[in-house]
Write a protein that binds this ligand. Structure first.
Ligand SMILES: *Cc1c(COP(=O)(O)O)cnc(C)c1O
Length: 416
């Protein structure tokens, strides 16, 4: 029977194969036709420790026997309380409040609403959001508004609100800092940024020094600094948070993907006490008006509690460092492959660009490479001419070598 599923980011008219996955373990996906496929992009950047981590699966199983779902407006439950307490303990101490939602996009929307509510409740007229060129913050209307504009959101343009944009940092980042200073001086509500690594924008890396300088400019002008660590959080960039490497504590922090180890949909927006207190009142009109049905779903929260325990009790940062070293060794070899340029790495994310000679070739490059990788039983999804590897932290040497070989062969094939 033909499938009725309408897949995301999929052009069904091209009739490309859609593999059916039956189960997964560690870094491997197993398909119905008996293949073992390496998940070299962590199922779109979510799986941190590995698929079906036994502690997370056990926590989910146990929770399903107790409480499945609960209204979270005015009610609470143990797993949510444990997640909030665990986050406050492990994240920067200035971030005292935890607001739950269910995806990266929604925790970003929540961050924007918190920022505007903060100013509105204090009777100050500040609404403008400053963003960075090439950013990605999600696919809901607000998240698209603050992200890169292009073919992927052109039809929805009339729905998107205006923002102020700073250029992606080149060199010492002077142009970026200058633009940020100008926009901040104009009086903005907040600046939102992906710290150190712009994911969907093409795995673009910038330095901790520039991140720190941007945060200082915001602080000086009283503009809220929002860190979207939906992808960079949970060790992706080598530290628990990317902001850590710059010694920066954001006013608002967005976390999702790795919050449950990548096993269940759950997100949080953490805020400094001042932002919470701007909504704290005996006046109901000043409460934070946001909720979705599955806010702090108990089963998802149980997965997050297990993830927090893994971070406390297992040598996660050592695994990340070891994986990063392997990624670097791979990049050092790939740098010598003809047609591969611009090798770069941020923690456990390694990226290279495939040299492009003419534009027509570029438009077909990513899907051609993706098909070649799929035939090699490696799940990789190039962004334009950028091939990146963002595997689960459990990936071993042998599997890493298979990914590298698939990249070398793929690039050789597309170059003829
Ligand atoms: C993935 C991502 C999002 C959106 O998260 P979803 O869970 O897919 O809605 C937001 N911001 C960044 C930086 C991301 O990488």
């Amino acid at each position: 029977m033909p499938s009725s599923v309408w897949h995301p980011f999929t052009q069904h008219g091209l009739q490309e194969p859609v593999p059916l996955v039956t189960h997964a373990q560690g870094a491997a996906l197993y398909t119905a036709d008996g293949r073992r496929v390496l998940d070299a992009i962590s199922s779109w950047w979510v799986t941190t420790h590995g698929h079906c981590h036994p502690r997370i699966m056990e926590a989910v199983r146990t929770q399903t026997e107790k409480l499945d779902q609960l209204i979270f407006a005015g009610w609470t439950h143990e797993p949510a309380e444990q997640v909030a307490a665990g986050l406050v303990e492990i994240m920067p101490r200035e971030l005292t409040r935890v607001f739950f939602s269910d995806s990266g996009s929604t925790c970003v929307e929540v961050a924007l609403k918190m920022a505007l509510g903060f100013w509105s409740n204090r009777g100050i007229d500040r609404q403008r959001i400053i963003v960075m060129e090439h950013s990605y913050h999600g696919d809901t209307i607000g998240a698209m508004s603050i992200g890169e504009r292009g073919v992927f959101n052109k039809p929805y343009e009339p729905l998107l609100f205006d923002v102020a944009t700073v250029p992606f940092p080149e060199g010492d980042g002077a142009a970026t800092l200058e633009a940020l200073e100008t926009h901040c001086r104009g009086g903005a509500a907040a600046f939102i940024v992906e710290p150190l690594l712009l994911g969907a924008g093409g795995m673009l890396v910038y330095s901790p020094d520039i991140l720190r300088a941007m945060a200082e400019i915001c602080r000086r002008h009283d503009v809220l600094f929002i860190a979207d660590e939906v992808m960079t959080g949970w060790g992706r960039t080598g530290t628990l948070l990317a902001c850590e490497q710059a010694g920066v504590v954001p006013d608002i922090l967005c976390l999702a993907k790795g919050l449950t180890g990548g096993s269940m949909p759950l997100a949080v927006t953490m805020a400094r006490e001042e932002i919470f207190m701007a909504h704290w009142s005996t006046d109901r009109a000043r409460m934070f008006y946001h909720s979705s049905s599955y806010t702090a779903n108990p089963i998802a929260c149980a997965a997050a509690v297990a993830n927090l325990a893994i971070w406390r009790e297992e040598p996660v940062l050592e695994r990340i460092a070891a994986l990063g070293a392997r990624q670097q060794a791979m990049l050092d070899r790939l740098a010598h492959v003809p047609g591969i340029v611009n090798p770069r790495r941020c923690g456990t994310v390694a990226a290279v660009d495939v040299e492009v000679t003419d534009g027509g070739y570029l438009s077909n490059l990513a899907p051609r490479l993706m098909a070649l990788f799929r035939e090699a039983d490696v799940l990789l999804r190039p962004l334009g001419n950028t091939i990146y590897v963002m595997p689960p932290y459990c990936l071993d040497d042998a599997d890493h070598a298979l990914i590298e070989a698939a990249i070398v062969r793929g690039v050789e094939t597309v170059r003829g």
